[in-house]
Ligand binder design. Structure first.
Ligand code: NAD
Ligand code: UDP
Length: 348
């Protein structure tokens, strides 16, 4: 059985689906602070099975001990965390408490229970303002410009130290580039609970006429069209990377770092025009100055994951956008028809 912390969230729910599709038993632990029980129902809709669920906080050591005692857990995929960059600047302590403190508590409970195989949701943000493209795992980690990025880097350090102290640990640090897209069924995807910060969820809401205009942050970057370049990776490809990492870690003690990206960068304007092409929907734009803390370019060298895990992102940008839009339309239809979706934080 695999414990997926944060499994009701965007990435964790897709990891849960992929694990269940290959026949694994999945137990989700989530405090629903940025998700809802509706996600569990959607996982069941897609897979035909309800995952196990524990409504709890990763910082609650007592609950974690009970979970490890009561369930035959072989490994943990640790996706639970807070991820809004702006919020992390306003509430740094909450971010460190959850992303660092919560990870420490989880690892302590795992060690005491003898569950020593861990896959962690890290981020390309740990590379800071790396100028060397593509970014390989050998690039030094930089100085993330916000508490969110710092908390991810600190959690990585925690896991490295603990694995160095006890050879029974097998830890995979997955540095995600820019996950977008949704499940092919159109029934599972990202559900932002606040004004989105990331490009894709914002673009989707503009396309859906929930917001008037997509602000393009920066048109004077040293890129072909002047807008920022990122490595967008389909969330299902990303989820598959977790399965490969879990397998690899069975035979590989220590800490392993893998970039999960496509190795291709796309500018903001390329994303917008690809979206308009695949959906036929026009996205009104306004051109703004650069957003503080943004880097001009960021894309992965994913060759280590290809060599060691046999993992390569298979889905292209068009597929990511098509799947994201299918989900957005499904969500809009559900909300309009039934007011069916529960808001995060309700715990119901
Ligand atoms: P998400 O907010 O959709 O999912 C995170 C889940 O964790 C939510 O369901 C939330 O309710 C849960 N959670 C938060 N704090 C918790 C706590 N204390 N106890 C239990 N559950 C808790 O976010 P996501 O996009 O699925 O991201 C998953 C992980 O991947 C996060 O750790 C994030 O930092 C990391 N990551 C995300 C991205 C991205 O662009 N989405 C990029 C790089 C890394
Ligand atoms: N971006 C934008 N408008 C938005 C959100 C993002 O132009 O409303 C740009 C941003 O400046 C960056 C790219 O889109 O160049 C990806 O931003 P996102 O926040 O999705 O990812 P990150 O910057 O964290 O890699």
């Amino acid at each position: 059985m695999i414990l997926v912390t944060g499994g009701a969230g965007y990435i964790g729910s897709h990891v849960a689906v992929e694990l269940m599709a290959q026949g694994d038993e999945v137990l989700i632990l989530d405090n629903l602070c940025n998700s809802s029980r509706g996600a569990l129902e959607r996982i069941a809709q897609v897979t035909g099975r309800m995952p196990g669920f524990i409504y709890a906080d990763i910082r609650n050591r007592r609950v974690l001990d009970t979970v490890f005692r009561d369930y035959p857990i072989d490994a943990v995929v640790h996706c639970a965390g807070l991820k809004a960059v702006g919020e992390s600047v306003r509430e740094p302590l909450r971010y460190y408490a959850t992303n660092v403190g919560g990870s420490v508590t989880l690892c302590q409970a795992m060690a005491d229970a003898g569950v020593m195989r861990l896959v962690f949701s890290s981020s390309a943000t740990v590379y800071g303002d790396c100028t060397q493209m593509p970014i390989a795992e050998t690039c030094p980690t930089g100085q993330p410009t916000n508490p969110y990025g710092q908390s991810k880097l600190m959690a990585e350090h925690v896991m490295r130290s603990m694995a160095a102290s006890d050879p029974r640990w097998s830890v995979g640090l997955l540095r995600y580039f820019n996950p977008i897209g949704a499940h092919r069924s159109g029934q599972l995807g990202e559900m932002p609970s606040q004004t989105p910060n990331n490009l894709l969820p914002y673009l989707l809401q503009v396309a859906n006429r929930e917001r008037a205009v997509l602000r393009v942050f920066g048109t004077d970057y040293p890129t072909a069209d002047g807008t920022g370049i990122r490595d967008y990776v389909h969330v299902l490809d990303l989820a598959e990377g977790h399965l490969r990492a879990l397998d690899y870690l069975r035979q590989a003690p220590g800490v392993h770092v893998w970039n999960l990206g496509t190795g291709r960068g796309h500018s903001v304007l390329e994303v917008v025009s690809a979206f308009e092409r695949v959906t036929g929907v026009t996205v009104p734009l306004s051109f703004e100055s650069r957003r503080a803390g943004d880097v001009a370019r960021c894309w992965a060298d994913p060759s280590k994951a290809a060599q060691q895990l046999g993992w390569t992102a298979r889905r292209d940008l068009e597929c990511m956008l098509e799947d994201a839009w299918r989900w957005q339309c499904y969500l809009a239809a559900q909300v309009e028809a039934q007011g069916l979706f529960q808001l995060p934080n309700t715990g119901r």
